[in-house]
Design a protein around this ligand. Structure first.
Ligand SMILES: NC(=O)c1ccc[n+]([C@@H]2O[C@H](COP(=O)([O-])OP(=O)(O)OC[C@H]3O[C@@H](n4cnc5c(N)ncnc54)[C@H](O)[C@@H]3O)[C@@H](O)[C@H]2O)c1
Length: 250
């Protein structure tokens, strides 16, 4: 990772924040693109305080111009862009029968449209020298959960987007992969537990490895897919799920 310039959308919190920290302490220079300015600035500051390099760029990934701006800021600040980790996301479970169309649209906008806008903006800066993109999808790209029609559909869309971009951009030596976590112990999950959308004991019982994922479990898999150790891996979704998708018994 030494000196690589890596843009992390959603790097203010949860999986994104942990990914920024681990990549920075492996020597990468980090650009955090997030809606949440206070938390993103704190993430960048804690990396800098620890001797790493990081900047924050305000960005709403549903706006293609702001995605362009974030990718441009990475090159302006650090002279190049080597990788994107697209972590920004939201979770808003709702019964499908009464889901307002605007809520459907905003979920697809953040999870699927935003992933594409960010990938396009960053790939333009990798066009000459190659690079790597990792999308954070979910086990929900494969497994249907109730009250998550828009989330599951959008994540499945990103899993297919991963394959399409991988084969299209391979000739430019841009690798495109996805990581699909099961439940991760982040603010998103804690908000869903507090709102009664999730039962933590049930989740742990459903996961063969018997625990929630930690953000570091996901960050380690991201690091691997970005690294030269994964130089012949593209178009792949790697599920970091403690065995969730493999489990098919009672
Ligand atoms: N937490 C889980 O259990 C879990 C499981 C599977 C997949 N995921 C996925 O992992 C990703 C990260 O989730 P997390 O648990 O770390 O969530 P989190 O809520 O802790 O962090 C999400 C970050 O994304 C940012 N964000 C949201 N919308 C944005 C937008 N439009 N533009 C820019 N930034 C935006 C938020 O400000 C926040 O910093 C999401 O895509 C989520 O769907 C999470």
């Amino acid at each position: 990772m030494k000196d690589r310039v890596i843009l992390v959308s959603g790097g203010a919190s949860g999986i994104g924040a942990e990914t920024c920290t681990r990549l920075a302490f492996a020597g990468a220079r980090i650009v955090i693109a997030d809606l949440n300015a206070d938390q993103a600035q704190a993430s960048a500051a804690s990396i800098v305080a620890g001797g790493g390099q990081a900047i924050f760029v305000p960005c709403d990934i549903t706006n293609p111009e702001l995605c362009e701006g974030a990718a441009r800021a990475a090159v302006d600040q650090f002279g190049r862009l080597d990788a994107l980790v697209n972590c920004a996301g939201i979770s808003r479970p709702h019964d499908s029968i009464s889901l307002p169309p605007a809520d459907w649209a905003s979920m697809v906008d953040v999870q699927l449209n935003g992933a594409f806008y960010m990938a396009q903006a960053c790939a333009k800066r990798m066009w000459a020298k190659g690079g790597a993109i990792v999308f954070i999808t979910s086990t929900n790209a494969e497994a249907a959960f109730p009250r998550r029609a828009a989330y599951c559909s959008a994540k499945a869309g990103v899993a297919m987007l991963t394959k399409v971009l991988a084969i299209e951009w391979a000739e430019k030596r841009i690798r495109v992969n996805a990581i699909g976590p099961a439940y991760v112990d982040t603010e998103m999950t804690q908000r869903n537990i507090a709102a009664g959308n999730l039962n933590e004991a049930q989740i742990k019982a459903r996961i063969p490895l018997g625990r929630l994922a930690q953000p570091g479990d996901v960050a380690d898999a991201v690091s691997f897919l970005l690294s030269d150790q994964a130089s012949f891996i593209t178009g792949h979704s790697l599920y970091v799920d403690g065995g969730w998708l493999a489990y098919g018994y009672f």
